[in-house]
Design a protein around this ligand. Sequence first.
Ligand SMILES: Cc1ncc(COP(=O)(O)O)c(C=O)c1O
Length: 394
Amino acid sequence: MLTHLDCTKCDRRYDPGQRLNLCECGAPLYPRYDLERAAREMRPGHLALREPTMWRYEEVLPVADPEDRISLGEGFTPLVAASRLGALLGLPRLLVKDEGNNPTGSFKARGLSMAVSMARVLGATDVCLPSAGNAGSALAAYAAAAGLKAHVFLPRDIASLFVAETRAYGAHVETVDGLITDAGRVCAEQAREHGWFECATLKEPYRVEGKKTLGYELAEQLSWSLPDAILYPTGGGTGLVGMWKAFEELEQMGFIGPDRPRMYAVQAEGCAPIVKAFAEGLDEAPLWEGAETHAHGIRVPKALADFLILRALRASHGAGVAVSEEEILQGLGDACATAGLFMAPEGAACVAAARKLKAGGDLAPEDRVVVFNTGTGYKYVENLVQAGWNPAAG
Ligand SMILES: Cc1ncc(COP(=O)(O)O)c(C=O)c1O
C-alpha cells in the first residue's frame, strides 16, 4: 500500500516504481502509504497472530509481495525490564530495547533487510554504503541472501571482526583513511563510476522504513501506549527519525493519541554535532571537526537528516545529551553487571545518558524510560580494550 515518496524538505513527490536516492533538492525521501486502508487491515487483534519479525507491520512497509522480502528474522526484539539497572540509575521503570538480538547483531538489520529487498525489486544488481561496521555487515548479509553484490567502505580503524565478517558474506570491502564521512565520499565516487545503487543512511528511501518498525514495536509491546522518554544513540539518526515517523503514522491510524515520548539524542563528547546544534538553537548541525569516540556507530560528524533529528527533539520536548568515554565504559559495566546485557558502546552511551538526565532532573523516577541498546557488544571487544575497558577490574 505504498502510494508515493515525499520529499522531507520541499513539496516534490515521486512515483515509487523507480530506483531513487535523494530528492532533486538533496533531501531524504519518505515513503507514504494508504493509511486508511492500513488501519482497517492492521488491527491489534490481527497483529497478535503474526510472525515475530518487523514484517508483521506489512501494511505500512514498502515491499508489496511477501515473496520479495529478504528476511533473516529481523525485528520484534525484546523490551527488557532491566529492574536492577533501573534501580541503580534511580529509574525503576527502565526498559532496554535490546537490538543485539537481530541478525548480524545490530538494529542495522532492519533497515538493510528493507533496503536490499527494495533494491532487488527495483532491479539493482550492486548495492553499496559507507559504514562504521554494523551497517556494512548487515548490507553484506542481506545482499548475500538476495544474490546481489555488496560494496562496503569502512574507516580503517574499526574493529577487525567487522571487516572479516563483511568479507565472509562475500562483499567487496575497502578500508579508507579517516571517518565514515571520508568512506562515504569514496563510496559515492565509486557508485557513480560503476552504477551501483547507494544505500547510505537516508540516501535511499527504504532503510528508514525498516528502522521505523522500532516505533511500531515499542507501541505494540507497551500495549499501544508510548514511554515517557526514549534515549537513542544518534549517528545518522535513522532510528530516531524513523520512530518519529512511526508515531505519526500510528496516530493517523488511530492506534495512539497525540502524546509523544521525549526523544533524547545521545552522542559522545568527542562527536556531538546534534547536541551542539540543539543547544545553540540551530535547525541544522554543522560538521563536527576532529570527531573521536570508541563508539564508532555514533562517530558521525555530519548527518544528512540533521534537520529532521533536531525537529523531533524539539517537538517532543527532548534534548541532545553528550557523554564521555569514561561514562560510556561505566554504562557498559553497569549494564553487564546489573542487567546481564553486554551492550555495544553506543547502547552503553544511552545508559550513561540516562544517569546524567536523571541527575539533572530531566528524567524522574516515575518515568517509563526506554534505552536503546542498538547492537551486541561482542563485536567491539577490540575497541573497548583500546578504550581502557578492563572487566577483570569489576
Ligand atoms: C550499534 C550502533 N548504534 C547506533 C548507531 C547510529 O545509528 P544511526 O545512524 O541510525 O543514528 C550505529 C551506526 O552505525 C551503530 O552501529
